[in-house]
Design a protein around this ligand. Sequence first.
Ligand code: AMP
Length: 143
Amino acid sequence: MTIGSILRAKGPGVVAVGPKETLRDVARRLVSHRIGAVLVRDESGAVLGILSERDLVRAVAERGEAALIEPAEAVMTRDVVTVGLSTAVTEAMEIMTNKRFRHLPVMDSGKLVGLVSIGDLVKARIAEAEQEAEALRSFVVAG
Ligand code: AMP
C-alpha cells in the first residue's frame, strides 16, 4: 500500500497559511478544520515550512500570550520532510516514528499534491489488516 492510494481516497486538499499570519489565526485554522498542522506557503504556492499544534503550544508555554501575535514564519519548522506518491505506507510510518512528527506533505515532481497524518496511515493499515483477516477466514472456511 502506497501514499498515493491513501491520497486517492482522502483527496488532495491541504490547509495552508501565509508566512505573516499570526499564531492566533493559525490556532483558529487548526480548530475550524479539526487538524493538527498547517503548511506555510508563499504567494507562489512554494512550501516555506510546517507549523503544528506542538509548535503553538511550545511558543505559548515559552512566551505566553505575546506568542499569539507572532507570525507563522517565526515559529514554523523550515526543514520540511516530505514523501512521494510511491512511498510505502510502512516507510512513511517509520519516518514519522523516527523523526517524532505526525504529518508528511506529499510531493510529486516537485509539486505539493497532498498531506497525510499519522491518523490517515493508521486507519489505512487497520483497514488492510481487516481485509487480510477476512481473506484468511474465507480461505479457512472454504478449505
Ligand atoms: P507533529 O507531531 O506533526 O505535531 O510535529 C512535531 C514537530 O515536528 C513540530 O515542531 C512540527 O513543526 C514538526 N514537523 C511536523 N511535520 C513535519 C515534517 N513533515 N517535516 C519536518 N518537521 C515536521
